[in-house]
Design a protein around this ligand. Structure first.
Ligand code: GDP
Length: 453
């Protein structure tokens, strides 16, 4: 994508391709109004009013539509924008798109509408990235946190930090440029300012791990010997019948994965039962996969049959969990009269055991709560904003520069030298907000968008 093309007129279908109630075709750029005038029966537009009419080609009706005009700069992209709402059939949407293309628009690239919004200063980069996050969010809580970014929460935090740095830089620069009139700032002032700036950066970065978990999710593997109810538990957690449940040991030969929305996206992995490898090759491959899933998992749910208690075979599987974050589950509690794991309790070192019945559902909600608490110890609703790895990288760069400036101030080095690090910190933050960014980075960001956004 080339920034030079920013002033030609682009178009794309903004709704998913397929049958639906409504299809939306968007046009943005200088020629948006000229194009719609050529193909629409009712083109006398006024701001904030939609027009009803027909899209026509060579005098023939193509579809009955509603057209929304947005006059520059009051539009999503900051340019003249037309949105055509037509019926949601695949072909009617294509016909209108082709007509718009024939009349002078070019097909938009991925994320090009949002890129223009950014280039026309309708939003900063953290807000543009939030648009992609909202579209791609796997859980409703992540979508909510991304909306906070879109409304500018992260942008404000970064601007606050930038202002703090800028104030120090102005004082240093004034002292350097006008040594006769302005005294250079005291080193103690520099030290305390840099310390404050570092703690502000740390407070934004402190949510980084949580943000990453919210973005990427966590992987949770269900492990145990065959027939203890792993697939039943998988289904009970997901409230579906995805995994096959039978009472023949070794039914889950492959690894089955599904996403569970617990505020954060949890990839739940149902594995073949782990036991000493036998004759069955297919099952052995499944067992190999199980061990691999165990290695990759952020958290393991170890399941055993409460009616049998912990057997030697269970103990062998437990051995594999050493050093792994796990929850111990005594399943089939409905078969045991009292709910204490029966007959042999685990050693105290193994931690608390959760008794449940995948069959009746008793205890499954408790497990979900425990699971959420273990993979992420913060309440998703309290998340003020999210950061992505690119933004975290910029913040870390800024922090390193300020730490260097702090050290140099403690050593009473020349303020000329200190100002170099302070300027680098500002540049790193400008890269974060997009004030200063290369074409490559920009294209990489917008490549992750879909067409039409
Ligand atoms: P897996 O091999 O560990 O995946 O076990 P399955 O989920 O296939 O279950 C094995 C058998 O145990 C099936 O007959 C299930 O119906 C049964 N089962 C699973 N969970 C429970 C439970 O909580 N209570 C009882 N009574 N039976 C269960």
């Amino acid at each position: 994508m080339n920034i030079k093309d920013e002033f030609d007129t682009i178009t794309a279908v903004a709704t998913p391709i397929g049958m639906g109630g409504v299809g939306v075709i968007r046009i943005s750029g200088d020629k948006a109004f000229d194009i719609i005038k050529k193909i629409f029966t009712n083109p006398n537009f006024e701001p904030r009013k939609f027009n009803h009419g027909w899209i026509i080609e060579n005098g023939k009706n193509i579809d009955e539509v509603i057209v929304l005009p947005f006059f520059a700069p009051n539009s999503y992209t900051g340019e003249d924008v037309i949105e055509i709402q037509c019926h949601g059939g695949v072909n009617v949407v294509k016909n209108i798109l082709n007509l718009v293309l024939k009349n002078g628009a070019r097909m938009a690239e991925k994320g090009e509408f949002t890129k223009r919004a950014f280039l026309n200063k309708r939003m900063d980069l953290s807000q543009a990235e939030a648009v992609a996050d909202i579209i791609h969010s796997k859980t409703s809580d992540f979508a909510k946190a991304s909306v906070k970014n879109l409304s500018g929460v992260l942008k404000e935090k970064i601007n606050d930090i930038r202002n703090q740095i800028f104030e120090v830089l102005s004082k240093i620069t004034a002292g350097i440029d006008f040594p006769e009139d302005v005294k250079e700032p005291e080193y103690d002032y520099l030290i305390s300012s840099f310390e404050n700036i570092i703690s502000s950066i740390n407070s934004v970065l402190s949510g980084a791990d949580t943000s990453n978990i919210f973005r990427q999710g966590a992987s949770v593997a269900i492990i145990g010997k065959p027939n203890v109810g792993k697939s039943s538990l998988f289904n009970a957690l997901l409230s579906l019948d995805r995994a096959i449940v039978t009472d023949i040991a070794g039914t889950t030969r492959d690894v089955i994965k599904e996403t569970l929305d617990l505020g954060i996206p949890v990839t739940l992995v149902d594995t073949a039962g782990i036991r000493n490898e036998g004759e069955d090759k297919v099952e052995n491959i499944g067992i190999e996969y199980s061990k691999q899933s165990l290695d990759e998992a952020d958290l393991v749910l170890f399941v055993y049959d409460a009616s049998q208690g912990i057997t030697d075979e269970d103990k062998e599987v437990l051995e594999l969990l050493k050093g792994k974050k796990h929850i111990l589950i005594a399943n089939k509690s409905d078969l045991v009269k009292d709910t204490t794991p029966h007959p042999e309790p685990l050693t105290s070192g193994e931690g608390e055991i959760l008794c449940l019945s995948a069959l009746s559902g008793e205890g499954v909600n408790e497990l979900k709560q425990k699971l959420t608490a273990q993979v992420c110890d913060i309440n998703p609703e309290t998340l003020e904003f999210v950061t992505n790895t690119r933004q975290q990288e910029c913040l870390r760069k800024a922090k390193v520069s300020i730490e260097q400036a702090l050290l140099a101030s403690q050593l009473r080095e020349l303020q000329d030298l200190i100002s170099i690090d302070v300027k680098s910190a500002i540049l790193a933050l400008d890269e974060l907000t997009g004030e200063l960014i290369t074409d490559d980075v920009l294209n990489n960001i917008f490549d992750h968008f879909c067409i039409g956004k």
